[in-house]
Design a protein around this ligand. Structure first.
Ligand code: ARG
Length: 581
């Protein structure tokens, strides 16, 4: 039947030895099997040694699962989520929030695979958080991909989610940038592509800075002015920031990712930081060391950390401490998640600990979701530093592959769109198919291949499922969703392969719950791969074309349901499932 080992016995197998039961497992198993009488759902309970296996009634199994998928995908009206949302009023008032991508199916928060376990609870997911003026590196890419997935995952589990981007938009590097802009800047270039231009300037002036210490002195002076609210300094900084955000937004939209709030280190108020420092000093956990203020966390097996420099300027951790408190005041969240590379494990542990020591009861609702590094992320020629270049290249590779099949290529409405989505899928799936914490190597050949567990393979599986409906029309056409259950004879789905498919479809809601426990996108990826494999082996046995009409209809319904479920899994992973390629 395609099942292996004990699973081959039945739809479900339970090892009785796992439970503390009185009596011998073997005897108990036999007793259970002997006394069992079939029910409308359960066809058989059997014993095999110390194992008990269960077989479901075929018709009930198919009907229950297919009806559920059908109802939740096509017949349940979308909830008007916005009105209920914990964050509804707040997030709207934040200027700069992204619009929800059009036709976004996850806005349908009650689809198959979702649950309501988080109803009434709110979470801030902070992710992406690139540093303006510095390159958007692999760490930011991973935070973006994994964070957007987690935000979707929270939503799928019934939570209200606020997606927050905490930009690295404050600090001495802006002083460096300002000094650099004086020397190398061009207004025109800045308007054209702020991120690239600022990066160029940043690289050049840093080079100068290696031999000219005065650049750093001037940079520090500039940052002191920024913190003091100097009009010119703040004006220039704001221009850099605004133009950079415009560019970021383009890239996020391309990635099917959006934010409710573009926050950033600059948005943490001076008052909140002063308040935090006062409180820290009052509580006696800070000490002075050569003019700077430090918190000693030795007792908690953490290194000590500076919370104020000797020139009085603030530091990264102080902004995080004060920022968290400000966010709690403003959003009153039940939980807050920081999606940040594991290089910052210590930093997050420190600032969570400090908040805890300051006595904030919500400090224990903060969670760091970390991840490992990507090695060798550059274009095939080895030149890229920017995410955009990676995405462009990935798109190019996919476009080349598509062009090889001239027939199919001609049928694609918008090859630019399709190749871009394929390329993005390749990058994202490569990133999400291993355990978060593992490092991985960026491999062009592998990630863009249609074979093996890759993004293009998943999209191909979805495209093929989409095409069954097209290819069998007009001979076989599914009735409208509301009439399917009554019109289709699911008892005809008697092959073991069909059973394998339906059991997998039935398990999807539990897979979503499991992923929510582990916070691992790989849990969903693995499921999507398994489903795709089983489907790809089903094409030979579960044929639609040329079959008796009622059998063809039943099989078609199974495929369309599989498409719905695979599509939901892909959307949860922030991907945009394709219907043609
Ligand atoms: N901008 C930071 C960096 O690139 C990441 C921010 C992480 N989040 C935080 N709340 N500290 O290193």
């Amino acid at each position: 039947s395609g099942k292996t080992g004990k699973q081959a016995l039945g739809d479900f197998v339970v090892a009785l030895a796992r439970f503390r039961l009185k009596g011998k497992p073997q005897e108990l198993a036999e007793k259970l099997a002997a006394e069992f009488k079939p029910t409308p759902y359960l066809a058989e309970i059997g014993a095999s040694g110390a194992f008990v296996y269960f077989n479901l009634q075929t018709e009930a199994l198919f009907r229950t699962v297919l009806d559920q998928i059908n109802t939740q995908t096509h017949l349940t009206p979308d909830e008007d989520h916005s009105a209920l949302s914990h964050f509804a009023n707040l997030s709207l008032s934040d200027a700069g929030a992204d619009k929800l991508p059009e036709g976004l199916s996850l806005a349908k928060k009650n689809g198959y695979g979702t649950n309501k376990s988080g109803k009434g609870k709110s979470v801030i997911v902070e992710f992406s958080s690139p540093n303006i003026a510095k390159p958007f590196h692999a760490g930011h890419l991973r935070s973006t991909i994994i964070g957007a997935f987690l935000a979707n995952l929270y939503e799928a589990n019934g939570w209200d989610v606020l997606r927050m981007n905490y930009l690295g938009d404050w600090g001495k590097q802006f002083g460096i940038l300002a000094v650099g802009f004086e020397r190398y800047g061009s207004e025109e270039e800045l308007e054209k592509d702020a991120i690239t231009h600022l990066y160029d300037v940043y690289v050049k002036i840093n080079k100068d800075g290696e031999t000219d210490e005065s650049i750093h002195d001037r940079a520090r002076e500039f940052f002191v002015k920024m913190e003091a609210g100097d009009e010119h300094a703040v004006g220039l900084w704001k221009k850099f920031r605004d133009l950079s955000i415009v560019k970021y937004k383009e890239t996020y939209a391309r990635l099917n990712i959006w934010f409710n709030v573009y926050s950033g280190e600059s948005q943490v108020s001076q008052e909140a930081q002063k308040h935090a420092l006062d409180q820290l000093q009052g509580s006696g956990i800070v000490e002075e060391s050569q003019g700077a203020l430090i918190v000693d966390l030795k007792k908690y097996k953490l290194e000590k950390t500076i919370v104020r420099k000797k020139d009085g300027t603030s530091v990264y951790i102080t902004r995080d401490i004060a920022g968290a408190a400000e966010r709690f005041d403003k959003y009153n969240f039940d939980k807050m998640v920081y999606v940040v590379a594991s290089q910052q494990d210590l930093h997050l542990a420190q600032f969570f600990k400090v908040l805890d020591l300051m006595g904030y009861p919500w400090a224990n609702t903060l969670q760091h979701v970390n991840f490992g590094m990507v090695q060798g992320m550059s274009t095939r020629k080895g030149t890229a530093v920017f995410l955009e270049q990676i995405l462009d290249e990935s798109k190019r590779v996919m476009h080349e592959v598509m062009q090889k099949n001239e027939e199919k290529y001609k049928a694609i409405e918008d090859p630019q769109y399709t190749s871009d989505k394929l390329g993005i899928t390749a990058v994202k799936v490569q990133d999400m198919s291993g355990k978060r914490i593992n490092n991985y190597e960026f491999k062009w050949e592998r990630m863009t291949s249609f074979e093996g567990d890759t993004g293009p393979y998943l999209q191909y599986a979805h495209v093929r499922l989409s095409s069954v409906e097209r290819k069998n029309a007009p001979a076989v056409v599914l009735p409208p969703p509301a009439e399917r259950s009554a019109a289709i004879n699911v008892a005809l789905l008697s092959e073991p392969k069909a059973r394998e498919v339906i059991l997998l479809l039935a398990s999807y809601p539990d897979v979503v719950k499991a992923a929510f426990k582990s916070f691992e996108p790989a849990t969903i990826c693995t499921y999507a791969f398994r489903l795709s494999h089983v489907i790809s082996s089903a094409w030979e046995t579960l044929i639609v074309k040329g079959q008796p009409h009622d059998l063809a209809l039943a099989r078609l319904w199974l495929y369309v349901s599989a498409k719905d479920v695979l599509g939901n899994a892909l959307r949860l992973l922030t991907l945009q499932p394709l219907d043609r390629m």
